[in-house]
Design a protein around this ligand. Structure first.
Ligand code: GNR
Ligand code: NI
Length: 169
């Protein structure tokens, strides 16, 4: 069960819009299992393939984050087709943005559509934490990090802190 290396800010790989999956084959199944392993190990409640250096539109997520249950879901080529309302995610974090948390303005409700790991249509309508996770992960597929959605001042503070930490590493 090899763990994947998680890329972190400011890795330029994280800033691209990644490609749709066209064929769901054994290679994709292997990527999905490795992504789930990596998410539980981190630990995190979601992971986008791009964070592991894979330029494909695949996300895995599990709000329970229980490695024993391993109840993760897979969303391939997910798209937000409807969003409503506003909420603030409290202390949102990202495995690709080490040592930082911030409140982020998000939609309160989303409807997302894509494929499950077998290529069957998957539609999810949700609010609360799962809605935030989906918005966060789908942002990743479009090269967007949660720090792109906070105030410029807070973002600058983080960028400075991160550069300092990397210099002293
Ligand atoms: O583990 C994670 N926690 C989290 C908390 C609040 C909002 C979003 C997230 S997703 C994050 C894992 C991650 O970086 N996924 O891309
Ligand atoms: Ni993230």
């Amino acid at each position: 069960m090899p763990l994947l290396e998680i890329l972190t800010y400011p890795d330029p790989f994280l800033k691209q819009t990644v490609k749709a999956v066209t064929t769901i084959d054994d290679k994709i199944q292997k990527i999905i299992e490795d992504m789930a392993d990596t998410m539980y190990d981190a630990p995190g409640v979601g992971l986008a393939a791009i964070q592991a250096g894979i330029n494909k539109r695949i996300i895995v997520f599990d709000p329970e984050a229980d490695p024993e249950k391993r109840g993760f879901q897979v969303f391939i080529n997910p798209e937000i087709v409807e969003s409503r309302g506003e909420m603030v995610s409290e202390k949102e974090g990202c495995l690709s943005v080490p040592d930082f948390r911030a409140n982020v303005k998000r939609s309160a409700f989303v409807r997302a559509e894509g494929l499950d790991r077998h290529g069957n249509p998957l539609k999810i309508e949700t609010d609360g934490l799962l809605s935030v996770i989906l918005q966060h992960e789908i942002d990743h597929l479009n090269g967007i990090l949660f720090i792109d959605r906070i105030s410029a001042l807070k973002r600058q503070l983080y960028k400075k802190k991160r550069k300092k930490a990397l210099k002293n590493a």
